[in-house]
Design a protein around this ligand. Structure first.
Ligand code: GTP
Ligand code: MG
Length: 640
């Protein structure tokens, strides 16, 4: 072994197990001293002479520091050698002390858990030349004390993260953090058995550390939860959910006042936004306006579009004056959510206009295009092959990718419609189409809060699929629906409800006991398969001409609940332990069994599409909650 450092005149020679150090202090090269050092001491001797530095990489932000001090701290605020975030209240997270024997590390607050290579730190001292991972609170670091800090830094490729499975020795990837969770679910891997590491590093994090880490939410929780769930009053129809002045962004659900909105530049030379990327137009705070009060961009061009001050995504124009409602549809993969949503918007438009005299409008036709085109595809098709809707992907065109708080974040695209009344009273409804996998345990994190709309929803629609339930299947032997074949496995749909409850309680910081007061519509979907079942044959139409009768809904719900209690008691119990108000509905988007088409997919036969009950949960909610519709309904009754 030989190492040298010409500036200090250190040379290390080893011969068999013994080693010598040739050393000249200062600049006087004529004075050389030869030390004999036993093998075990050589590392210590190197540290006395070689200029080691501690290199710390913040793996979340990708920033790094080369620290040459003997004592240093990392934390929040200028009290630290490395200040990670000036926005947070000042505190020191970890203290370090470089000694001759190694790097001593210690959480500054003894109540904090410091994870060293994924295990709780006790008193370990870090060895010089070794790599380590550290995690404290929500901060994760890769660290190495090295005499070649730059070379070590260059060897770590933070743009390429891989997954190592120690049991099989296999390496997967590259996978970024957004891809990690969907990949785990698809591969059915246990996050505790896998290591996630950047290429070039010999150390990594347990995948469970990455997934479990509830990083600071994109929007501060106090902002998000200004109207905590506890204050929801589901049964006060007179009270709109948000005040007219304050709205919530349909993308990231942060509240904003109309005056806080950013302006989206119009002129082509202003393409490129520092947070959204080079394809998007610049977002800015307008300070110049034309005579009509329209904001002007830096080139003097009028700008008509506005964006959320938090996520910078475009928000539909003029929404601040309209009462908002978020409706979350959840269900397992293949439960029928996308077809349900397409049919729902069609039915809502028809019935709101025909029965209640309300117009149906796109709040933003461009943003609504994906859902509108699914609806169009379904209802304009001539043949089954043309009516087939693709499975909702885990990423892609139904999601927006933005940077929130410096972190790449995936948000679901909202579909917002306005129900506009003749007396200018209007109600907006926002829907989301998630892939069913997103509702499964462990698949939603801060980096992809794709189902956080659940925490802000005014109505949860849980779409239960009888063809995926083992007990229902036993009773469905006579049905010819291809979804009952062995090729389509059954699933535990109760898990989804458990996960819904868990996410809401975590997001709203609610205690684990007690019910939540957002109403839950338990929808028994695909009822075309079970048309002969007694609780279904006894269902009555809540529409009596133009009038929607909520009492019929309650009675239908009671009858259906009794039937469901016999077949799926655990699901009924779970639903009723979550929400103060659970109402049971039955619906079919097709009114018949789909047919297998050439591609192997199942598709409805266009001529036979006859939806039933799809719009009822939303009309039930509108007539019980919305000031706008409650008034209208009363007027309709009075006029009849
Ligand atoms: N029998 C019957 N089948 C239906 C009905 N609605 C949907 N399906 C079938 O259910 C399957 C899944 O429908 P999707 O709407 O794609 O399901 P999804 O919940 O959006 O699925 P993901 O996007 O994977 O989460 C398709 O094969 C449809 O043909 C219905 O009303 N009756
Ligand atoms: Mg879908």
């Amino acid at each position: 072994m030989e190492a040298n450092h010409p500036h200090r005149g250190i040379q290390l020679f080893s011969q068999y197990s013994s080693e010598f150090v040739l050393y000249h202090p200062g600049n006087d090269c004529s004075k050389w001293t030869l030390f004999y050092v036993s093998g075990g001491m050589i590392e210590q001797v190197k540290q006395w002479f070689l200029p080691v530095a501690t290199v710390v990489i913040d793996t979340t932000s990708g920033r790094h520091r080369i620290i040459r001090k003997k004592r240093f701290t990392i934390g929040y605020g200028t009290v630290n050698t490395w200040n990670l975030d000036t926005q947070k209240p000042p505190s020191q997270l970890v203290s370090f002390r470089l000694t001759k024997t190694g790097l001593e590390v210690e959480p500054t607050d003894p109540d904090d858990t410091l994870l060293l290579d994924g295990k709780p730190w006790t008193t370990d001292i870090l060895e010089i030349g070794m790599e380590y991972t550290l995690q404290i609170r929500d901060e994760q670091f890769l660290l190495c004390v090295s005499d070649k800090p730059k070379a070590w830094l260059e060897s770590i490729h933070l743009d390429k993260w891989l997954v190592f499975e120690p049991a099989s020795g296999e390496i997967f990837g590259p996978l970024d953090k957004l891809q990690l969770e969907p990949w785990l679910i698809a591969q059915r891997k246990d996050p505790n058995d896998l290591i996630y590491y950047p290429e070039g590093s010999s150390k990594g994090f347990h995948v469970s550390q990455i997934i479990d880490m509830e990083l600071p939410a994109p929007v501060t929780q106090s902002e998000l939860l200004q109207h905590p769930l506890k204050d929801h009053k589901p049964y006060s129809p007179a009270k709109p959910q948000e005040t007219a002045q304050e709205s919530r962004c349909p993308h990231c659900w942060s509240p904003f006042l109309a005056g806080d909105l950013l302006t989206i530049a119009t002129h082509e030379t202003l393409r490129g936004d520092p947070l959204l990327g080079s394809d998007e137009m610049l977002r800015f705070e307008a300070d110049a306006f034309n005579d009509q009060g329209v904001p002007l961009d830096a080139t003097g061009t009028p700008c008509l579009e506005q964006a959320c001050p938090q996520c910078r995504l475009k928000v539909p124009h003029g929404m601040s004056d309209i009462s908002q409602a978020f409706i979350s549809i959840l269900g397992s993969p293949g439960a029928g959510k996308s077809y349900y949503l397409s049919v729902l918007t069609d039915e809502l438009q028809k019935k709101a206009f025909n029965n209640w005299g309300f117009n149906w409008k796109d709040a933003d036709p461009t943003a609504n295009a994906p859902l509108n085109s699914m609806r169009h595809r379904l209802f304009s098709a001539q043949f089954a092959a043309e009516a087939c809707l693709a499975k909702t992907s885990l990423d892609g065109h139904l999601y927006s990718k933005v940077k929130l708080n410096g972190r790449p974040t995936q948000l679901p695209r909202p579909f917002t419609y306005i129900l506009e009344g003749g007396d200018h009273q209007s109600q907006s409804l926002t829907f989301y189409d998630n892939a069913g996998e997103h509702f499964q345990p462990g698949s939603d994190g801060t980096a992809n809060p794709v189902t956080h709309h659940l925490a802000h929803a005014h109505l949860w629609c849980f779409l239960f699929d009888p063809s995926k339930d083992a007990t229902f299947r036993k009773h469905l032997k006579s049905s010819k629906d291809p979804q009952l074949s062995r090729r389509y496995p059954t699933e535990n749909q109760e898990l989804l409800l458990a996960e819904l409850e868990n996410r809401i309680r975590v997001l709203h910081q609610l205690p684990p006991l007690g019910k939540l007061n957002t109403p839950l519509a338990f929808i028994l979907g695909k009822m075309d398969m079970i048309e002969d079942w007694d609780p279904i044959t006894q269902q009555k139409d809540p529409w009596n001409g133009r009038h929607f009768n909520s009492l019929v809904v309650e009675e239908n719900s009671r009858i259906l609940r009794e039937g469901l209690l016999e077949r799926i008691p655990a699901l009924v119990a779970r639903a009723e332990s979550i929400s103060e108000k659970v109402v049971y509905f039955a619906s079919t988007s097709f009114g018949h069994s789909p047919r297998r088409i050439k591609t192997g997919e199942l598709s409805p036969i266009p001529k036979k599409i006859k939806p039933k009950g799809v719009e009822v949960p939303v009309f039930w909610w509108l007539s019980s909650w919305s000031t706008v519709f409650n008034n209208q309904r009363q007027q309709a009754w009075q006029s009849s």
